[in-house]
Design a protein around this ligand. Structure first.
Ligand code: TPP
Ligand code: MG
Length: 318
């Protein structure tokens, strides 16, 4: 299966949809109509860049900031909103909220809210692919905080020893809940730890979706060729709080302002305008499509019924 080059204009629209989805969710939460959530505002580029480099038979494991990964994979924002609102038409029947959502029809195997849980599970899923002789690689999204846990070392070490086809994607957004990464690690990034385990690595500007796509494509090629794991670290920034609501009172305002200036959506938009690849009409049409998609999504989620009490005893072990 071949992957087409990432069209920059399409990349921009996908990032805009992710941003609009999360802003809609923040708004619904503010009005008491949806549960709180962890957003990925400012981190849309790794989602779009990496997911666009995958093929349909690749699997994704993600974490508590999963909306971008799901939407980049083609998930329907209406069904995602319905899920967060606890409605029957959500991807998990309204039982998962935003923190545990999975959509197996898109190969999004799971969202782990246990920080670093996705790392150990991805190693297991990679092993099962190998044992069942299935094609496709496993892409595992995790944060810089997860990389400070022991299970990071254990998971990558086994994947390296067993030569498992896994792309570990660290979204280094500088924050680990309310703690800056400078308080938990001396290095600026985590690739050194992976390299010490014999895992091939690369670092990329995580606010540039085209650079992420190129780096992810090269990493995925290497995985398919060698069967071995690869770690890609995308340097980015969490522009909003750890969860909603969060006043970010603990955030250095100058640092936040510097990263706001590097907003991935504004950056790509300015670049395309500069290069004459985006007209004012095309931009307006894109904004209108995104707005219409979110209006339709909200209406769909609103109209979806709550599940009945009979589902209390389904999807459970005992
Ligand atoms: C094992 C575990 N410890 C602590 C938490 C609470 N917690 C949720 S998110 C988070 C921060 C994780 O930071 P990082 O891995 O960098 O991901 P980010 O939130 O920045 O995307 C913490 C400590 C948890 N969910 N699971
Ligand atoms: Mg983080």
């Amino acid at each position: 299966m071949t992957v087409l080059p990432l069209d920059p204009v399409q990349a921009l629209e996908r990032m805009m949809l992710i941003r609009a989805y999360e802003e809609t969710l923040i708004d619904l939460h503010g009005r008491g109509r949806a549960a709180g959530t962890c957003t990925s505002v400012g981190q849309e580029a790794p989602a779009v860049g990496v997911v666009s480099a995958l093929t349909a038979d690749d699997l994704i494991l993600t974490n508590h900031r999963s909306a971008g990964h799901l939407l980049a994979r083609g998930a329907d924002p209406g069904r995602m909103l319905a899920e967060v609102m606890g409605k029957r038409d959500g991807y998990c029947g309204g039982k998962s909220g935003s923190l545990h959502i999975s959509a197996k029809e898109f190969g999004v195997v799971l969202t782990s809210t246990i920080v670093g849980g996705e790392l150990a599970l991805a190693t297991g899923v990679g092993l099962s692919r190998r044992m069942l002789d299935k094609s496709g690689i496993v892409a595992c999204f995790f944060g810089d905080g997860a990389a400070t846990e022991g299970r990071f070392q254990e998971s990558l070490n086994l994947a390296a020893v067993w030569k498992l086809p896994i792309l570990y994607v660290c979204e280094n957004n500088q924050w680990q809940a309310f703690v800056h990464r400078k308080e938990t690690m001396l290095a600026d990034g985590i690739v050194g730890q992976a390299a010490a385990l014999g895992v091939e690595t690369a670092v990329v500007d995580g606010n540039d979706p085209l650079a992420v796509f190129d780096a992810a494509s090269a990493a995925i090629d290497a995985i398919r060729r060698t069967g071995k794991p690869f770690l890609l670290e995308a340097m980015t920034y969490r522009l909003r709080g750890h969860f909603e609501p969060d006043d970010q009172g603990y955030v250095d305002k100058a640092e936040l302002a510097r990263w706001r200036d590097r907003d991935p959506i504004l950056g790509l938009r300015a670049r395309l305008e500069r290069e004459g690849r985006l007209t004012a009409e095309a931009e307006a049409a894109m904004e209108a499509r995104v707005r219409a998609a979110m209006e339709a999504a909200t209406a769909f989620a609103d109209a979806s019924p709550y599940p009945g009490v009979e589902v209390l005893t389904t999807d459970v072990y005992a």
